[in-house]
Design a protein. Structure first.
Length: 550
């Protein structure tokens, strides 16, 4: 299928204009967006998605706008295709004749597949931002805020016992479809009873020992399948089936062979960490994560938006990651992506999960962004006392440290923390610490005879100390209130666009969903700005309203 550019940037047919104005005298979102932002997408922007030869495709520029509009209104493909045929305001936005018959709904799914293959979702998101910028609704600088939320995968969450059974079942089904005769010769009679039907948690026994026995029986069955597949006489291509490869990887993580050669179930603490551990055979990119009281299998999405009083609050970055990626790794990623679009803020407000010494220093040094957020408190045993780390005088030029009672040391060496990060290790002499009358207050160990300090490198140490002092001021606390608004954006994304539930399988497709969702939220906010809809205030309960202000 090839592309023959026709675009939607030309003049809207006169009859479409006349009927749209009569039917929508006050306009609609689709009409206002077309009038204010013009043609958001052109066919030429998507030329790389189509070959040069073949049957002409429906206009990709129009399909792009339809895709965003259907996310704005939460329409499935069938209803979106029906809207193109039946709704005059959509025909107006798409520059179509009233008699245009539209297309079959399957075209939208095919178009999304092309977008996934070329990271086209980012193009949709960026084009909406570019149009907003051209209209004066968006500019670099000012303030921005970031937060993240969990995203549930499109597949059912599985308990560990369910997971291993479903993994065997998926592998057997894949082999039965690809090589039925080969598998029929090797199938055990009991496998039909165990793996033909989908496993459900309530089928499994409640007693842990009985569950472990079933899991080890499943492990033995899975190992037998792998031995069949990897036998010298087996067709080599069977090993390349995705479900078989998944089975092999899952069994390495979940089982081991004891000294007698028996398959044994691993204790959970001996399984790989969450970032590596497979959790479902139906989407190998899904990971299990836990944040405070929230546990989920899936992904995580990070949203960054502007927060200026005289322009609409627009999302400037939407980034989807595996669920196990820590928030404090994302600030450099977000800043790099904003720099590519020339949309870096002057001030960036985030919650405590994003802020650490590295992000504070890199934001200012590399991008000129003043990052703000609650810094985690010092958790060393002496924190908050008169002998906490803050009470020591550090001379970075001379590489010395002086304790609160005046003892100075030059025992200064570079090292690595348990996480592999650079640290400075400072140790005081036993001659100074041993006779000190406050030794037990200063040294945590009951038998320790000298104080040691583990410091971040100078830039990070000073940034953290400055941030901790700053966030204690009432002025900073009042300014930090601006960050809370991004939670309203997450609420809008969840309630209006299903942000917390992936519609598709895989990180790439889920990322596409979130990029289009971001474009849809921006269009909705631009429309609200055009018609003068006031921003909602933070809800306050009647009881909270009675709280004394003094």
């Amino acid at each position: 299928m090839s592309m023959r550019p026709v675009g939607g940037a030309g003049e809207i047919p006169a009859e479409t204009v006349r009927v749209a104005q009569a039917a929508f005298p006050k306009g609609s979102l689709a009409i206002r967006i077309r009038d204010e932002l013009g043609a958001l997408f052109t066919d030429e922007q998507f030329a790389a998605l189509f070959p040069s030869r073949g049957r002409p495709a429906w206009s990709p520029g129009r399909l792009a706008l339809i895709t965003v509009l259907q996310f704005v209104e939460g329409l499935p493909d069938r209803q979106a295709a029906e809207a193109v045929r039946a709704r005059v305001d959509w025909k107006y936005a798409l520059n179509l004749e009233l008699t245009d018959p539209g297309f079959d709904h399957s075209v939208l799914s095919e178009f999304r597949d092309r977008l996934v293959a070329a990271d086209g979702g980012q193009e949709l998101f960026d084009r909406v931002l570019a149009a907003a910028r051209a209209s004066g609704l968006l500019r670099a600088g000012g303030r921005a805020r970031t937060d993240a939320t969990h995203v549930l995968s499109s597949v059912r969450s599985l308990k560990r016992g369910e997971f291993v059974i479903e993994t065997v079942r998926a592998a057997l089904n894949a082999l039965a479809a690809a090589a039925p005769d080969w598998l029929a010769e090797r199938t055990e009679p009991d496998w039909f009873d165990r793996y033909c039907a989908r496993v459900d948690n309530y089928w499994l026994p409640k007693h842990p020992a009985k569950r472990a026995a079933i899991a080890e029986q499943t492990g033995t069955d899975g190992m037998r399948i792998l031995r069949y597949v990897f036998a010298a006489q087996a067709p080599v291509w069977l090993r390349e089936l995705p479900a078989v490869e998944f089975l092999r990887r899952a069994w390495v993580q979940q089982f081991f062979l004891d000294e007698a050669g028996q398959v044994r179930w691993r204790d959970l603490k001996n399984c790989p960490p969450g970032a590596m551990r497979l959790v479902t055979p139906y989407d190998e990119e899904v990971r299990y994560a836990k944040k405070q009281e929230t546990k989920w299998d899936g992904f995580k999405v990070h949203l960054t938006e502007t927060c200026e009083p005289h322009t609409p609050n627009l999302l400037t970055d939407v980034t989807t990651t595996p669920a196990t990626v820590a928030d404090d790794r994302m600030i450099p990623v977000v800043h790099a992506r904003l720099a590519q679009r020339d949309l870096l803020p002057d001030e960036h407000w985030a919650d405590g999960g994003y802020v650490n010494a590295a992000s504070l220093t890199s934001a200012l040094r590399e991008y000129g962004v003043d990052l703000h957020g609650p810094v985690k408190p010092n958790t060393t045993p002496q924190a908050g006392s008169a002998y906490g780390q803050h009470a020591f005088t550090i001379n970075w030029g001379q590489k010395t440290a002086t304790c609160p009672r005046g003892a100075t040391t030059n025992s200064w060496r570079q090292g690595k923390s348990e996480e592999g990060l650079p640290v400075v290790r400072v140790r005081f002499s036993k001659k100074d610490c041993g006779p000190c009358p406050v030794l037990r207050d200063c040294v945590n160990s009951p038998t320790g005879r000298q104080r040691e300090l583990n410091l971040r490198p100078r830039e990070g140490h000073e940034a953290i100390q400055h941030a901790r002092a700053l966030q204690q001021t009432e002025q900073w606390k009042d300014r930090y209130k601006v960050r809370a608004g991004v939670e309203g954006t997450i609420s809008q994304g969840v309630q209006a666009h299903g942000l917390r539930r992936s519609r598709y399988r895989g990180l790439t497709k889920t990322s596409l969903q979130h990029q289009i969702t971001g474009a849809a939220i921006n269009l909705a906010r631009i429309d609200a700005w055009l018609i003068g809809t006031r921003r909602a205030h933070t809800r306050v309960s009647p009881l909270e309203a009675l709280r004394p202000t003094g």
